[in-house]
Design a binder for this molecule. Structure first.
Ligand code: UT7
Length: 332
């Protein structure tokens, strides 16, 4: 029997309208446009405004658009996996709320927590359900409302993050297309460098944790930067080597958008020229699990059937990884 692979058959993104510019950040913290652009590549990020607007609203908007453009009946979706570290609430899962909002009444759904590598983890997980032959239509979402956990008094983190979501539809194929290989890694010893101090079971919310501003993302940026540069490049090189790929074979590098300098260093190390690197950090900043599907969405019209893509990410956990996939369709 032919090997079944999971192929992305559609991609859709959603970003909220409000643009938080470097200029506006200058009024919140001691920073300036020149510093932010030269150190990160970011000019603006999108922010989800409004009462009772959580991550699921953005995830659902992306999934609705995806169902529409692929002509998929929500009742045919069997599974929705949402990668996020900012679910609407600790439970239920954002994926449950997304499934409800899009009318995927026959689908089961759950979240994956792997921070900036979340979309890669969820994509690999979703593709396993397809490859096993048990599922025919799986949706993988990467969505984060980072503005909910960013401290707008901390200039070292608030300049980096934004809100956004992206979603892909996975379906089976017996062609040599789709998710070809994946290497995913994690090291919990990295937790001290990127985490949220309170609000979990170790340190539940109290008046003291609130006063100490411990319900925001905490990051030791330069340490994370060093690990990100080394590990993202290494794991991507590993996945390329074991599939006998060189930089010339790669149509697109799809890197997590944390810092333009990290992206450039990774591409350099892999021998991939900047014209083959997907990049939208300038406009969206780091949307955590949203970055990679948002890139795929924005570059979809430039992708051709059979293109070799290397997806790569590094983030909190630490978690990191790389996925090799062959794009499944020409621009429609
Ligand atoms: O996606 C999850 C994974 N996260 C990442 O991959 C992020 C990795 N880290 C980074 O992207 C970078 O480390 C940052 C952008 C966060 C910081 O850039 P950096 O080049 O590592 O700067 P730094 O932390 O070494 O700070 C250099 C200086 C410091 O001043 P002193 O101590 O040299 O006087 C900072 O206080 O820049 C200062 N600084 C700022 N200045 C103006 C830090 N943030 C700002 C700011 N505006 N927003």
């Amino acid at each position: 029997m032919d090997k079944i692979r999971a192929m992305i058959t559609g991609v859709q993104g959603y970003v909220p309208e409000y643009r938080l510019t470097n200029k506006e950040l200058e009024s919140l913290v001691e920073t300036n446009d020149e510093w932010i652009v030269s150190r990160t590549g970011i000019k603006e990020r999108r922010i989800l405004k409004g009462e009772n607007q959580g991550t699921s609203v953005m995830g659902a908007a992306a999934v609705k658009g995806l169902l529409e453009k692929t002509g998929t009946d929500p009742m045919d979706i069997e599974l929705i996996i949402c990668a996020t570290v900012t679910p609407d609430m600790p439970f239920p899962a954002a994926a449950n709320l997304i499934a409800d909002q899009v009318g995927a009444k026959k689908s089961y759904s759950f979240d994956v927590s792997a921070a900036c590598s979340g979309f890669l983890y969820a994509l690999q997980l979703g593709s396993q359900f397809i490859q096993s032959g048990t599922h025919k239509k799986v949706i993988v979402v990467g969505a984060d409302k980072m503005s909910a956990i960013v401290d707008y008094q901390d200039r070292t983190t608030c300049i980096l993050f934004g809100d956004g979501a992206g979603a892909v539809l996975l379906e089976p194929t017996t062609e040599e297309l789709g998710v070809m290989d994946a290497i995913l890694k994690a090291d919990g010893a990295g937790a001290p460098y990127l985490h949220m101090k309170a609000g979990g079971s170790r340190k539940p919310a109290t008046a003291e944790t609130l006063a100490a501003r411990e319900h925001f993302a905490y990051q030791e940026g330069s340490t994370v930067f060093k690990f990100a540069v080394t590990n993202m490049a290494e794991v991507s090189a590993e996945v390329m080597e074991r599939n006998n790929l060189t930089g010339d074979d790669i149509a697109w590098l799809v890197p997590h958008q944390a810092n333009k300098r990290i992206i450039d260093a990774t591409a350099n190390r892999m021998g991939i020229g900047s014209s083959k690197v997907m990049m939208n950090i300038e406009r969206y900043g780091n949307t955590t699990a949203g970055t990679i599907p948002l890139c795929l969405w924005e570059y979809e019209s430039q992708l051709k059937k059979g293109d070799n893509l290397i997806l790569a990410a590094f983030g909190g956990g630490f978690t990191w990884g790389s996925i090799y996939l062959k794009w499944g369709y020409d621009p429609k």
